[in-house]
Write a protein that binds this ligand. Structure first.
Ligand code: PLP
Length: 400
């Protein structure tokens, strides 16, 4: 893969070549994306949609081209179903707040899963608190697979929405979301998918999935930080009340009454991150040029190799052994604290994440304080994995 497209990787940490295995937290950015950002600020930076002048018109055009690129990337039916946000967290908060204000009443129920990121737990808790609704949780088993057989029993006539992650950031589990969506729809319950860990690692087709909402961040798919997407089916977005109030989202304002703009602008209050949206489009182009299936296949190869090599280490156990996994390996070695392991790996040039990864209920499930997490992206290599395994061995010898 095209490692040389990512200038940040070409550096040393503690006099060792940087090995960047923290891709589930954020990916690095290719030159195409970095150039697009700097080109935007050097040539067409201006506020969009309301400007009559040339720069504003060019920026508006680029912004709306990017919306179409996202539409095509996830195969949405309409470009006005693509709402730009700051990231997956804001997208999920948008769905919880707007869907909640529109449809949730006292006594209603919302289903999430035990393996959600805090971003897909806390916004629903806010909503439950505000509305007097109740949160229900789909459990997962020891391998880290959702107990889908228990879903049907959790759905009641009061269930209003199911919000579930496509891929777990801590366990790597790829959930059978199509199956979940089919079960939910059989009971007329809409589904919101947290796609933060999925979009960079395989093709997503929201129409084939038939999901009602799909949320993700740009920065985990080679795009700039501060940009994200909330996809929603037109039928919901038309009915849902706006999330934030401000400029752009209105049609008319008087002190007596405000009417709202059409989609997608109804959900995009204020000045958006225009340069970052253009950067997101470039990241999509980059992934498409590389080949999304090529990326998926290559990362699966890294996952299998990494799993096999790590398991050679005495006392190492992998947390999350689902049959279908993304390229995320969470592990512990003996009683070594993940933080200590992380520090010693950093001193050998290896960047991993340690801790609960914003999924405390997963850590509670396994009665562990956290894990060490290595997560791969298209620019990682088997040679890096070899070095990493040696680094884990070295750290283990020092810490045991
Ligand atoms: N959902 C999942 C599964 C994640 O892994 C993350 C980030 O790690 C998020 C949501 C939140 O993403 P962001 O911090 O980019 O808003």
């Amino acid at each position: 893969m095209n490692r040389e497209d990512f200038p940040i990787l070409n550096q040393q940490v503690y006099n060792k070549p940087l090995i960047y295995f923290d891709n589930a937290a954020t990916t690095q950015k290719p030159m195409m994306v970095i150039d697009a950002l700097s080109d935007y600020y050097r040539t067409i930076n201006s506020n969009i949609h309301r400007g009559v002048h040339s720069l504003s018109q060019q920026a508006t055009e680029e912004f709306e081209i990017a919306r179409k690129a996202v539409q095509q990337f996830i195969h949405a039916a309409h470009d006005h179903e693509i709402i730009f946000t700051r990231g997956a967290t804001e997208s999920i908060n948008l769905v919880a707040a707007s869907f909640g204000r529109t449809y949730i009443q006292e006594g209603d129920e919302i289903i999430i899963s035990e393996m959600e990121h805090h971003s897909n737990i806390v916004p629903w808790q806010f909503l439950c608190e505000d509305r007097g609704a109740k949160l229900q949780v789909i459990p997962f088993d020891e391998k880290g697979e959702l107990c889908i057989d228990q879903l049907e029993a959790l759905i009641t006539p009061r269930t209003r929405i199911i919000a579930v992650t496509h891929v777990s950031n801590s366990l790597g589990t790829i959930n059978p979301i199509k199956e979940i969506i089919d079960i939910a729809h059989a009971h007329h319950v809409p589904v919101m998918v947290d796609g933060a860990q999925a979009v960079a690692h395989g093709a997503v087709d929201v129409q084939a999935l038939d999901c009602d909402f799909y949320c993700f961040s740009g920065h985990k798919m080679y795009a700039p930080m501060g940009i994200g997407v909330m996809y929603g089916k037109e039928r919901w977005l038309k009915e849902m009340k706006p999330y934030q109030g401000g400029g752009e989202m209105i049609s008319t304002v008087t002190f007596e009454k405000t009417t709202y703009n059409e989609l997608p602008f109804k959900f995009e209050a204020g000045t958006p991150a225009v340069g970052d949206v253009i950067g997101l489009r470039k990241a999509i182009e980059y992934m498409q040029q590389t080949g999304i299936q090529n990326i998926a296949d290559y990362e699966q190869e890294l996952l299998q190799y990494g799993t096999q090599e790590l398991l050679r280490i005495d006392g190492l156990r992998i947390i999350g052994q689902a049959a279908h996994k993304a390229a995320v390996i969470s592990f512990l070695v003996g009683n070594i604290h993940p933080y200590d392991m992380g520090v010693l790996l950093d001193h050998q040039g290896v960047a991993v994440r340690t801790g609960h990864h914003c999924t405390q209920p997963i850590m509670d499930h396994y009665h562990i304080p956290g894990t060490v997490r290595a997560s791969f992206a298209l620019y990682n290599t088997k040679e890096e994995i070899d070095f990493f395994v040696q680094a884990v061995q070295k750290a283990t010898q020092m810490l045991q």
